[in-house]
Design a protein around this ligand. Sequence first.
Ligand code: GTP
Ligand code: MG
Length: 204
Amino acid sequence: LKMSKDEIQTLRERKRVKLHEIKDSTLPEIAIVGRSNVGKSTMLNTLTESPNTARVSSKPGLTRQLNFYRCGDKFVVVDMPGYGFAFAKEADKEAWKELIEDYLGTRKSLKRIYVMIDARHGLKVADKEFLTMMGSTSSKKFQVVLTKCDLVSPPDLARTYMVVQEELKKSFKNAMTDRVLMVSSYTGAGMNTLRKDMLFACGQ
Ligand code: GTP
Ligand code: MG
């Protein structure tokens, strides 16, 4: 799967924008969600071939707001705060939940949700809880992307892929179970497929 120059350019021209700047935007949007520390922000940097776009940290819970990155004049990728870490304050947890539910549930220009899952662990309790919450607030389709694939052996990866696919089929009606992707931001594996997939999801 080779990408055209135009497609690559679209992704490179990403620009951080504030919500109010694109409030009434009709540009298609793609949301990146997943457990904290699963590698969402790193994936975004690799995707846009720009190492300093999204801030990355080994400490979970770095991304606390919605971060919008416009890719050329084609679409917007939204880096969302992760779930699964212990909030210090109950009020913070409520604020997080409200932000996520509001965005995923009501955003009209949102075309697809990518749920990042650590390839070493598959679906954890926190993931299942999140997907259940998402299913009750949003009717949007979502896709799973297994991350950090450089840390698992090919047979383990194959096994996790199958288990995740089965679990999605069984329990989550909005899951696109035939489109589970696998990536490593460190080696770049699977990244072009993901780029293509996103452009396709946005109808490019
Ligand atoms: P929050 O913003 O807290 O939700 O985290 P996040 O999902 O944005 O994770 P982030 O991109 O900040 O990465 C978390 C840690 O995982 C960092 O130490 C990264 O260097 C590491 N990491 C990210 N992607 C990969 C990968 O593909 N392979 C490996 N081995 N490590 C990765
Ligand atoms: Mg992040």
